[in-house]
Design a protein around this ligand. Structure first.
Ligand code: FAD
Ligand code: EPU
Length: 338
């Protein structure tokens, strides 16, 4: 394993930000990462685990060690009458893992097709799309505690998943390296077409009989039609979360802005479509130098070329301020700011 110094991260983050890491190393097995964590010279230095770099924004060079997770392997570890238990190493590419499951007939992840990044990051923010989150089929994960290099297992409950949340973004932030994730996937699929656009797309595709393949294809088609491909345009998906507000506040806003888009949650809250709020503030499609707001999805901020992380950050702050001013709603960033 090579420890690089002053290493460019431009190609390792989907925003395409030109930042560098003071130290950088890739690991392909657990022994390698334990070895690097044992190096005296690196003790006490900030550490960042990198997967596909599709959910972070570098606002400056990283003064510390970046460890790129390249652990590979997918394994069916057990099955019972109803479920397959499938373990994927953290460095597997998420979409390739989803495709592997679809081909093998393991159901549950099809709605999460085409989300960029690696398996290891998927529990960090409980990735979700089209009516499904990984918590719905997550079984357990293994993670290495950076402090003493021991391996620990976390159950679904221990991860404390929420909307784009887990314990690893809070109490346990920066303490663990997730090394593998095991999913509990159905033998008999339970199709989720609750997200309106899926039904419509399946109809347009002429699908007569539902299958996990068809749902996956529908999701891929929808995603390709509105989300920018990071290989072509720098971005990290939704930059903000969809904010949750109290129903009373929602009713008040609805009176003032009848077209506002909100979804009732099971508790006393309503989740607002942040994209709608941002669009109403006039940001959609706007550019400021190389930084901008996507023309088809106002929730996605863009680096059109050589924007700096600080410019994207400034744009996001201006968006937050204007949404606050117009709607009295606080937006929260979803992307990890480094
Ligand atoms: P990275 O960006 O590399 O890392 C993200 C965070 O996790 C960092 O804090 C990092 O330190 C930490 N981390 C990464 N790997 C590990 C590990 N093994 N152990 C410990 N910590 C780790 N997200 C959704 O939820 N739903 C979507 O629909 C969605 N659509 C997207 C569309 C586009 C076009 C893009 C660019 C992004 C989208 N995202 C979406 C966001 C992103 O794809 C996910 O958050 C993804 O899980 C990030 O994976 P990654 O490997 O790139 O993580
Ligand atoms: N909308 C607008 N203008 C816009 C964008 C959206 O008015 O510019 C409104 C529309 O009414 C639309 C609604 O917002 O119907 C919802 O938009 P969309 O279906 O595109 O979903 P989203 O709420 O913007 C969320 C996730 C995505 C996920 C999709 C599909 C968050 C923060 N984002 O986006 O996740 O793929 O739903 O489930 O929850 C990500 O996390 O990076 C991400 C892309």
């Amino acid at each position: 394993m090579i420890l690089h110094e002053n290493y460019s991260l431009k190609k390792l983050n989907t925003f395409g930000i030109n930042a560098s890491a003071q130290y950088f190393a890739e690991f392909t097995n657990i022994g390698e990462v334990q070895e690097i964590l044992s190096q005296q010279a690196l003790f006490g230095m900030p550490k960042l685990i990198l997967g596909g770099g599709s959910n972070l924004l570098f606002t400056k060079n990283f003064e510390g060690v970046i460890l790129k997770n390249n652990l590979k392997g997918i394994e069916l570890i057990k099955e019972d009458a109803d479920f397959y238990f499938v373990k994927a190493a953290a460095g597997e590419v998420w979409h390739e893992f989803v495709m592997h499951c679809i081909v093998a007939g393991y159901a549950g992840l099809e709605n999460l097709s085409l989300i960029p990044g690696c398996v290891g990051a998927s529990p960090m923010q409980n990735i979700g799309a089209y009516g499904v989150e990984i918590k719905d089929s997550f079984y357990e994960l293994e993670a290495l505690l950076i402090a003493d290099k021991t391996i620990h297992t976390f159950s679904n409950a221990a991860c404390r998943f929420g909307y784009r949340e887990s314990v690893f973004k809070h109490e346990l932030k920066n303490q663990y390296i997730i090394t593998s994730v095991t999913f509990k996937l159905r033998k008999q699929p339970v199709f989720n077409t609750s997200y309106g656009a899926i039904e419509k797309e399946l109809e347009e595709m002429g699908v007569k009989e539902l299958s996990i393949q068809a749902i996956s294809q529908a999701v891929c088609n929808i995603r390709r039609s509105k989300l920018p491909n990071p290989a072509e345009i720098g971005n990290a998906g939704s930059f903000f979360k969809n904010p949750e507000i109290l129903k009373v506040q929602y009713e008040h806003l609805k009176n003032k802005f009848p077209a506002i888009v909100g979804y009732d949650l099971e508790n006393v809250n309503v989740k607002l479509a942040a994209g709608w709020l941002i669009e109403q503030c006039g940001w959609k499609g706007k550019t400021f130098g190389d930084a901008g707001v996507h023309k088809l999805q106002a929730l996605v901020l863009i680096n059109y070329g050589n924007a700096e992380g600080s410019e994207i950050m400034e744009l996001s702050q201006n968006i937050m301020d204007s949404v606050k001013e117009k709607f009295e709603v606080e937006l929260e960033r979803e992307v990890n700011i480094i």
